[in-house]
Design a protein around this ligand. Structure first.
Ligand SMILES: *Cc1c(COP(=O)(O)O)cnc(C)c1O
Length: 220
């Protein structure tokens, strides 16, 4: 299937209010332009250098989401170009982004990445850490915390994926219920679902899905 066809098929399947992030990491600019020509405008990248290179050379109306692990010494490669940083996975990184943006006069839209998978290696905040950050969100004036992001365990067992995603949904709901006065304005977006589990994510109310392989093919 061509990239344009894949985008068209996906768009038919997604409810209109769901944002499709086309994850173009490891794929060349030409592949992004094929998706762009099919009408896609939101793209996701996970490596700072590659992200900067693409953001600098591709059309200005592309909306860029950074979705990979970000080290604090690479902020300058990412923050000037990012419309959204979905993968804020530690307090250390959050504070660094906040500081950088205050100095730069930018307010960065971000999501907090929650550790929902059973694999040890996946990054992210715990439930308690996220509640704590949200409680003190007014002290971070350089960022707008718009919601949460997560990646499920890599498995074919749908019940495991569902229970991982459910932790993300229930934390968002709990935060809205218990922290209402303290929450950042507009907080509530959930980004979850990739190529192998996006249908489950849609059925559970994802606002943003991040899909790479289904659109661009396997990464080499
Ligand atoms: C690579 C990546 C995706 C897309 O994965 P696919 O399986 O290719 O759809 C989504 N989210 C994150 C955080 C990723 O790193």
């Amino acid at each position: 299937m061509s990239i344009g066809t894949a985008i068209g098929e996906l768009k038919k399947e997604l409810p209109p209010e769901v944002v499709l992030v086309a994850v173009s990491k490891f794929h060349p600019a030409e592949a992004i332009m094929e998706a762009y020509d099919a009408g896609q405008r939101v793209f996701g990248e996970s490596r700072p250098q590659e992200f900067r290179q693409k953001a600098e050379s591709l059309p200005d109306d592309i909306v860029w989401h950074f979705i990979g692990h970000l080290q604090t010494n690479k902020l300058k490669m990412v923050l000037p170009y990012a419309d959204m940083v979905e993968s804020v996975d530690s307090l250390h990184l959050l504070e660094a982004i906040d500081g950088w943006c205050r100095e730069d006069g930018k307010v960065q839209d971000i999501l907090l990445e929650m550790h929902i998978a059973s694999e040890e290696t996946k990054q992210g905040f715990s439930r308690d850490e996220i509640l704590q950050v949200l409680r003190s969100s007014s002290s971070f004036s350089g960022v707008r915390i718009l919601g949460l992001m997560g990646m499920a365990t890599f498995t074919d067992d749908e019940s495991v994926i569902r229970s991982d995603f459910a932790r993300l949904v229930s934390l968002r709901d709990e935060a809205k219920r218990t922290l209402s006065g303290l929450l950042p304005e507009k907080f509530g977006l959930l980004s979850f679902g990739m190529t192998h589990d996006y249908r489950i994510a849609l059925s559970m109310g994802a606002d943003i899905v991040r899909i790479g392989t289904l659109i661009f093919g396997e990464r080499s």
